[in-house]
Design a protein around this ligand. Structure first.
Ligand SMILES: [Zn+2]
Length: 472
């Protein structure tokens, strides 16, 4: 492979897919990686986690992580294992949440490898985890907290500033300034990364800070071809809960441990405040969700500026509905009597691919009094997607379970901006020289590219995986 010139950008992940976000920036005197995510979902994608990066990990000087979701930070421990010794810049909340997410990830990877060895599933003998808890320990030592709005030098000739992205607690969009680019008119060039962009109406967090221009822009397109329907989603959420409780059923909500759990708890406190819900036990059953909830609680107590002012004023009451019960141990989880409602149970994993939600689903699905709410992005090939599509049976722990419970799919409760919201975010900023649509399935990225070209008359491109481009 030829040597890349300085002043280039390479799409190592998050191109043509929603996972594996990794963008390599080569400045004249330093190389920086923005986001370092894991590929997730179908086997073909996961296999990419094992392919060596086109740039040696030891040659990367620094990394920046936009937020703590696994598809943005989950490859970091592997990068460290492969020789990356630089600093990782992220907001204080991202650092705290990333620790929870990465430890859980290492645990799952180690468990998977152990099972593969036990049952002989893998072609590799022995099957090894992508990384271990020890790699996570080393990786966590490399994090450096960087708060919003502070420009700092992260490598020779590279400055970085983080802006609130309103997607999950601690999430940011990033602007890098590269100095001394050969041939650049002003000798410096700016490049902005949207990360995952939140919605203007997140119930807890302030909306994203508006984009204010950059020479180059990378913008996400997860819901690049969709428009969320907020009113319908929240009234369907309320209806599903009240009708289930009325027939003494259990409401089961598979939820992503970070942010979706907090958002649902807040919705439930609101329903309680409005007198819609009373005296119903609400369980959060996931150690990882409880650890993340603790990070939200501390940030709320510190009155961190990312929360909406109304939420800061409400304080902990905004997140902790009455009769909230936290199940930390496996024994506490087993004691949740899903078969005898009325009650509400929030448990992970969000796509029902594993975790404690599975034993609750086995109990709850055969009973028509119960309801399962699908509240987040459900990828192809997951149980949550099968349920949302109307499956009549679901395979759990090797057995087919009949689905007689009601299933309500609520994609509108997503934490990603839809395409009109992305266009609003781009808003009145001066046109970048080039805008790249990343973090989307091909159809969604292409749809958003067309809207940006038509409406804003910007030069917009959907990059190919591993493509390299020169910076202006
Ligand atoms: Zn995210």
């Amino acid at each position: 492979m030829s040597i890349d010139p300085s002043g280039s950008l390479t799409f190592l992940g998050g191109a043509g897919t929603v996972t594996g976000s990794k963008y390599l920036v080569r400045a004249p005197r330093a190389t920086v990686l923005v986001d370092c995510g894991l590929f997730q979902g179908l086997r073909e994608l996961r296999r990419r986690n094992w392919q060596p990066l086109p740039a040696p990990a030891a040659g990367i000087d620094a990394a920046v992580v936009t937020h703590a979701h696994l598809d943005h930070c989950g490859y970091l421990p592997r990068l460290v294992r492969d020789g990356f010794a630089g600093a990782v810049y992220a907001t204080p909340e991202t650092v705290r949440l990333a620790e929870i997410v990465l430890r859980d990830s290492a645990h799952l990877l180690e468990e998977e490898a152990a099972q593969a060895n036990e049952h002989g599933w893998s072609r590799h003998r022995p099957a090894l985890p992508l990384y271990t808890g020890k790699d996570v320990d080393r990786c966590l030592e490399q994090f450096i907290e960087l708060d919003y709005g502070v420009e700092t030098k992260i490598a020779d000739g590279v400055r970085c500033r983080l802006y609130n992205a309103g997607h999950i607690l601690g999430s940011s969009w990033v602007k890098l300034t590269l100095d001394g680019l050969p041939g650049a008119a002003s000798q410096s060039s700016t490049i902005a990364f949207s990360g995952d962009l939140g919605r203007p109406r997140h119930p807890l967090l302030r909306p994203p800070e508006p984009f204010d221009g950059a020479d180059t822009l990378l913008v996400e397109s997860t819901y690049g071809d969709r428009r969320h329907d907020d009113l319908t989603s929240s009234s369907r959420f309320q209806d599903a809960i009240t009708s289930t409780l009325k027939r003494s059923g259990t409401v089961l909500i598979p939820a992503f441990a970070v942010d979706r759990t907090e958002m649902i708890l807040h919705e439930l406190t609101e329903l309680t405040r409005r007198g819609v819900l009373h005296d119903v036990p609400i369980h959060v059953d996931s150690p990882m969700a409880l650890a993340a909830l603790d990070v939200y609680r501390k940030a709320l107590e510190m009155r961190r500026p990312q929360f909406l002012p109304t939420i800061t004023d409400q304080g902990l009451a905004a997140l902790f509905p009455p009769r909230l019960q936290l199940a930390r141990t496996a024994e506490e989880s087993r004691r949740i009597d899903v078969a005898n409602g009325p009650r509400i149970v929030i448990s992970a994993s969000g796509m029902a691919t594993g975790g404690r939600i599975l034993h609750h689903l086995s109990t709850a699905l055969p009973d028509p009094r119960n309801t399962v709410l699908v509240v987040g992005y459900a990828a192809e090939g997951t149980r949550a997607r099968e349920l949302a599509r109307g499956a009549t049976t679901l395979k759990i722990h090797g057995r087919y379970v009949p689905v007689r419970a009601r299933v309500v799919d609520l994609p509108g409760l997503s934490a990603h901006a839809d395409y009109p919201e992305v266009l609003d975010w781009l808003g009145t900023a001066p046109a970048p020289k080039t805008t790249y649509l990343v973090h989307g399935e091909p159809a969604a990225a292409e749809f958003l590219r067309e809207r940006i070209t038509e409406r804003l008359r910007w030069t917009a491109v959907v990059p190919r995986p591993t493509e390299m481009v020169l910076l202006p």
